[in-house]
Design a protein around this ligand. Structure first.
Ligand code: NAP
Length: 289
């Protein structure tokens, strides 16, 4: 599935009719502290987004809950009118409260409102990809996806959404969603240290569905491990580069959306993720989980 000319590590992947670079960018870190409010450095945030596109990245992940509305508006300010090759994935399913919490918002009306909000704040007529974000900040919850996912499928039928996915979802919820409408990706917590979805990743790969790990670098407390440091030192690479290269090598359906608020880290991550890890490196990294 490599029909987008790219020199970025990992090549490209196709979700439905969207071909994206496997090396993408997650915009959450561009909002203020606690993912609330505007960034301290507005121009710096715009510079990161523009650099991502200049580096050839064609997949940006966002949500109207980031800020709320902050990262969507930054993306629009930095990049609109969007290049034809750029695809923006957003998420619906949570609101923000005054304490910075993420209360669920998954009624049919919540879905319609969130899709309208995303269309408006991103400045588009059709959303490329909408993930139904389930669970809560602590993890997954055993809830039915029927009402929100059926509503998203209706909005897709109306032409407001090109493709659907699920996020923070259990394998049962993935299957329940697939019985309602096709999905092109699952976005769940996964990294070198957190491997709960190993089986799901392989099942999705067999179906040609993308798996998009969130917190690929460990999230708010970036990955730290003696084995990771040892492998990185041996390869004369940054630990974060090793963590990203490991994900790209783990399975061809894995798409990266590492977050950063720094142009320097973005460049370092792009430059480093193409490392080739040997069987010995992989065996050592396997111990982290
Ligand atoms: N579906 C969901 O429920 C969900 C949940 C969380 C996140 N997400 C998505 O997943 C994306 C990625 O998650 P994330 O950004 O929270 O976590 P992440 O990508 O695992 O890690 C980001 C953290 O790593 C740091 N970092 C990045 N590159 C670095 C480097 N080269 N050296 C040192 N530190 C580095 C960043 O700090 P600096 O800013 O200083 O670089 C930031 O603190 C988000 O942007 C969001 O789009 C989805």
């Amino acid at each position: 599935m490599n029909d987008l000319p790219t020199t970025l590590p990992g090549g490209a992947w196709t979700m439905g009719d969207l071909t994206v670079t496997r090396f993408g960018y997650g915009a959450m870190q561009l909002a203020g502290p606690g993912v609330m409010g505007p960034p301290a450095d507005h121009d710096g945030a715009l510079a990161v987004l523009r650099e991502a596109v200049d580096l050839g990245i064609t997949h940006i992940d966002t949500s109207d809950a980031y800020g709320p509305h902050v990262t969507n508006r930054l993306i629009r300010e930095a990049l609109h009118p969007y290049p034809g090759s750029l695809h923006i994935a957003t998420k619906v399913g949570a609101n923000r409260d005054e304490q910075g919490g993420w209360p669920p918002a998954r009624t049919a009306e919540d879905m319609r409102r969130a899709v309208r909000d995303n269309l408006e704040t991103l400045g588009v007529d059709v959303l490329d990809l909408v993930n139904l974000r389930l669970g809560d900040a602590q993890g997954t919850l055993p809830e039915s996806v029927a009402e929100p996912f059926e509503t998203l499928a209706e909005l897709q039928q109306q032409g407001l959404i090109r493709h659907l996915g699920v996020s923070n979802a259990t394998p049962e919820q993935v299957a329940e969603a697939q019985a309602i409408a096709p999905i092109v990706c699952v976005q769940n917590l996964y990294n070198l240290a957190y491997r709960q979805d190993d089986e799901l990743i392989d099942q999705l790969a067999a179906q040609g569905i993308a798996y998009v790990p969130f917190f690929p670098l460990g999230g708010f407390s970036p990955l730290q491990s003696a084995a990771l440091s040892a492998v990185a030192t041996r390869l004369e690479a940054a630990p974060m580069s090793v963590a990203l290269a490991w994900l790209l090598q783990r399975s061809p359906n894995i798409l990266l959306i590492p977050g950063t608020s720094s142009v320097a880290h973005l460049r370092e991550n792009v430059a480093g993720a193409g490392l080739t890890l040997s069987a010995d490196d992989l065996a050592e990294l396997e111990k982290i989980a």
